[in-house]
Design a protein around this ligand. Sequence first.
Ligand code: SAM
Length: 255
Amino acid sequence: MDGIIREGDLLLLLAPGGHTYLLPAEAREFHTHRDAVDLGAFLGRPWGSRILGRKGLPFYALRPTLYDHLMKVRRATQIIYPKEIGLILLKLDVRPGKTILECGTGSGALTLALAAAVGPEGRVITYEKEARFRKVARENLARAGLLERVIFREGVREDFGEKEADALFLDVREPWELLPAAWKALKGGAPFGALVPTVNQVSRLLEALEGLPFVALEVQEILERFYKVNPERLRPEDRMVAHTGYLIFARKVQE
Ligand code: SAM
């Protein structure tokens, strides 16, 4: 990482009009509906460079952040969004060297953030029952350079086949069915989290959590509102995503 764009580096191309594209840096022309740019002109230049398109409009090459990677994952399923992922990482205390279990890999959006946070010494063990989603998640992780930190497993029924995990997250339709297995897989005192889209599922999960040795139960919903970036007429965007899901957190205690 010497600050220079090299062939094959993934770049976030900021195009005229504000659209962004996640692309490998290579010698080829890239077209948007406003202009076209020679991507090869970025090679050998520093990150953040500006190249003018054929019509003279500016294109910028930015190094993709983790947020950019999350927003650009190929989606084969519903994904968990950055607003929830940020809190999940903190509540599950995901740090370098830890072992984190996750059930419901889906497209791998949360997996990607977990893999980034555990660092090269840590590992994420992720469970997905559908082979086609495991394939998409693998591709998304490989593109972000994080595949080697992730161990893929098939569906969970009675057991995760793991013990002493540092934290565990469930993003499946019926998380209450996996709670006894989750309890068995976690270290004493370790954090547990889940995301569900409906309040009915929250009730069901709370009832199940109350029936097992879990404490410090919390339910949260995170609302996010974007603003139009105009300093003279600063006001919220007209439309917003009103609902994604509810977050449930708890801690495992001994029986
Ligand atoms: N968290 C993912 C992301 O951010 O991309 C999305 C997960 S998606 C909403 C839920 C996934 O859980 C589906 O792909 C489904 O196949 C998987 N699933 C449901 N029950 C499962 C089980 N018992 N074991 C493994 N995977 C399961």
